[in-house]
Write a protein that binds this ligand. Sequence first.
Ligand code: FES
Length: 560
Amino acid sequence: MAELNKFSKTLTQEVTNPAAQAMLYGIGLTEADLEKPQIGIASTGYEGNPCNMHLNGLSVYVKQGVTANNMVGLIFNTIGVSDGMTNGNDGMRYSLPSRDIIADSIETVVSAQWYDGVIAVVGCDKNMPGAVMAMARLDRPAIMVYGGTIRSGHYKGQKLDIVSAFEALGKKFANNISDEDFKGVIQNSIPGQGACGGMYTANTMAASIEAMGMSLPFSSSYPATHEGKQEECKKIGVAMKKLLELNITPKEIITTKSLENALTVVMALGGSTNAALHYLAIARSAGLSLTLDDIQAISDRTPFIADLKPSGKYYMEDILAIGGVPAITKYLYSKGLIHGECITVTGKTVAENLAEAPDLDFETQKMVFPLEKAIKSSGHIQIMYGNLCPTGAVAKITGKEGMTFDGEAKVCEHESEIITMLSKGEIKAGHVVVIRNAGPKGGPGMSEMLKPTSAVMGAGLGDKIALITDGRFSGGTHGFVVGHITPEAFDGGPIALVKDGDRITIDANTRQLTLHISDEEMAARAAQWVQPAPLFTKGMLGRYIRTVKSASEGCVTDEA
Ligand code: FES
């Protein structure tokens, strides 16, 4: 058995630092408490958005579970940024950087305070990868608790979520919605606490991190308001005690095989393209090599089988009724698509956990299809190359949009321009809208394009245009879209050289993104190109521009 409080003992029993003991007495610990392992409980709770508003409350339940198992739980907070609230405005620049700030801050507190283990209570897109990146860096026993998905909203008999609000804007541009109904949708889309309700980024990361083994079974399936969520928090103490006793650390759980499990679940569920970015980063934090081509290989062998939003019908809240993510993962395991031998935070293997999971019933539920009736025989996330993205790009191709798109470029230097163009009717069927200067350095912060893509959908152009960008897409995005284009425009990538009227072909069969100009013309345009001045030179975003790696490298900020 491992020494249970090897880190906190270093802090409290070294004669060199009596102040540490004094301070721990000062916060109310007893002499007996100083013998116990100390567990940092990191909450990204804050009052300002539904995904995070309840996390401080859940952290208290986690602390109760930790205390009940003879450990000391110490809650601390880190930051969060709501993607739903920042989409479409300059606040979005802070969204992706917030992931790395969360990772840095959890690493900092847990290392500085000598906690023996860490439990992160997280609930929005960037919180989860940020927390898991920190866990991998720290490599001390760790568990992630997901805050849970939101329940759906309702208006005039229709189920609603965050994307309904954005799409209502597009309908407004197209005069397809009355003022009363527009207001009705906005006021009823978000009924309370929980993360955005489709298979968007938060639910994608929660489901896949669970499949990777870093959260308890069903963590991603209990909605925020479900009683099972509180129960999970209280049970965490038992699991953490076991991890400490067995000395199971994140680098034993996060392996090449468990990353494959996570990405397999992303593909099967039709999850967010952001998962590509985040798993590249999580792998790097764990010292593992994962590339865009590895992600493509997983996509090639994994059928897309779930009829979930954004491209499908059902919400994350519906999944619990069919057996939750464990039932889906169990089915994938039965088909040889999941590695069963990977160890998880339960102290058991994936296969052992799944043995306790319910079976999917294909007779009664129509949310997840058998492999033979897959929506698409391979994954929807496709890695693109070509003369527009020589070092890679990430496309979301569900097959519903078709497999190729050939059209005329319509260039937006900033995402806000597309909204103006749409309102003036300048975006037309057959356009490939190019939104550039949205990359990690150029944006900066690699903004999500949910507002543009939702507005396009709302305007009825979703299946008539394509959209490519060096920015990202929200998990809520659907349509013919290619993002994460590298090199980004700020670095002089070919996307910086596109002109209105150029012909662009997106071919998902060959995974080629082609700008139809000659090599000579490309070279001539490149010779004319002048790098723009960075939008920020100081503050967090100034530092981010100087340190961030490309999207093909996960946009990590802690590497030389
Ligand atoms: Fe938090 Fe959507 S804004 S999950």
